[in-house]
Ligand binder design. Structure first.
Ligand code: ZN
Length: 414
């Protein structure tokens, strides 16, 4: 599927030092030190297209957009792939509830998501891949897992035996069990070898879409979808035949913190089961967004959608600024006050940029770069901009370089 349109990235003057990017929350060293000409493979888990794009989604994709921009500025060849989970239980349940065709629901939500990403100035992935376009690949990957002895069957449903990976759980087994049940898993199903084993191929059920395969008619489970898309689109067609001397398959897998378990754990385990190599060198997770002191969730019905805010006439650049006022890794609250403050900040920055001559250009841009390098500290970067804009910086420098840097580094196109 085509991604949304890309945008022009203004250049950064060579006199600026761009240090390696420290991501403290990432597993591993957390230091993304790739630079000039080196490859940077980034896989970000995309939406299930039934309720795009709420502010939690926007905050997540904005974080990986900052990493994408930063690693490009370091001269990396960023290979960014994002999937669309266009076949999964929540999509089918919503389509049934609303009495609409699941394909129509998915198409409408994907279109809305692409429009929101374009408005928010988020650089598109190189490949934006719906699961329904890769069914033959999923089928052959599952065959490989069967051949390697990683699977078993319960009443025609095929399961992944995750026992070889369970010692690496990122949380305690008890926590994993309760989260697994909350997020669509079936820990209590009779016949499972381990309660945490995820389903790989779901035999066809009445009223659900199906694909014919050597594993019977049915549809794939969630985690194998991401393993296959990440490996195929980041590593190429022969992804099952990897050079065993490699330490990791890809550089970074990202998503919201609600994906740490089971989704990222299981998609990593499946990738390793397929290739014999650890999946991602770094896993980066973003915090959750709440509303007015409450958790934002579909069950509470309090999701705030980007498209609704845009319809109300709120500016996309102000929404982006407002999301950047919190640190990516922390859970945060959204409120209309936050957006209003960002609207005032954008107004202030625009006034400063409209001046004929300014001073402090070089130090401001350096401060923004250093704040980003230090665990994407966007609140600090925005504070530096605000301080500069409030100051009386009459000088003989032009504002063009600052405007270009705000666009390049933070995606704030003013
Ligand atoms: Zn995923």
């Amino acid at each position: 599927m085509n991604s949304w349109p890309t945008t022009y990235l203004p250049p950064l003057d060579a006199r600026f030092n761009v240090p390696p990017l420290l991501i403290e929350a990432a597993r591993g060293s957390g230091l993304l030190s790739q630079s000039n000409g080196e490859k940077f493979d980034m896989y970000v888990c995309g939406i299930t297209p039934y309720d795009a794009t709420h502010l939690g989604h926007a905050a997540t994709y904005l974080t990986f957009d900052l990493i994408n921009r930063y690693m490009r500025i370091r001269g990396c060849e960023v290979n960014f792939v994002e999937n669309i989970t266009d076949i999964d239980d929540p999509l089918l349940e919503r389509a049934k509830r609303d009495n609409v065709d699941w394909k129509d629901l998915a198409a409408s939500q994907i279109a809305l998501y692409e429009a929101d990403m374009t408005a928010l100035h988020i650089l598109p992935p190189k490949d934006f891949v719906p699961v329904t376009e890769v069914m033959p690949l999923v089928e052959s990957a599952i065959s490989q897992l069967v051949a390697r002895g990683f699977t078993y069957t319960i009443e025609n449903d095929l399961y992944f035996d995750c026992s070889s990976f369970i010692t690496d759980l990122p949380i305690s087994y008890e926590q994993a069990l309760s989260i697994f049940a909350e997020r669509g898993g079936d820990p209590e199903r009779l016949g499972k070898r381990d309660a945490l084993d995820p389903v790989l191929w779901i035999a066809h059920r009445e009223g659900e879409p199906k694909w014919n395969s050597v594993h019977g008619a049915g549809r794939p489970g969630w985690h194998i979808e991401c393993s296959v898309i990440a490996l195929r689109y980041l590593l190429g067609e022969s992804f099952l035949k990897q050079d065993r001397t490699k330490e990791f398959l890809i550089t970074l897998q990202g998503g919201g913190s609600d994906l740490i378990f089971p989704h990222h754990f299981m998609s990593g385990a499946l990738s390793e089961a397929l290739t014999g190599i650890s999946f991602a060198e770094h896993f980066v997770h973003t915090g959750m967004v709440g509303l007015d002191g409450e958790k934002m969730s579909k069950s509470k019905g309090n999701l705030v959608f980007v498209s609704k805010l845009l319809e109300e006439g709120r500016e996309a650049v102000a929404i982006r600024h407002a999301l950047l006022t919190s640190h990516y890794a922390s859970d945060r609250m959204w409120s209309d006050e936050i957006l209003k403050k960002s609207e005032a900040s954008i107004d202030l920055i625009r006034k400063a940029l409209a001046k004929d001559g300014v001073a402090g250009t070089h130090s401001l841009i350096s401060e923004i770069i250093l704040a980003l390098a230090d665990d994407l500290d966007t609140p600090r970067a925005l504070q530096s901009i605000e301080t500069w804009a409030l100051g009386n910086h009459n000088g003989d420098e032009t504002t063009g370089e600052i405007a270009r840097a705000l666009d390049l580094l933070l995606g704030l196109a003013l």
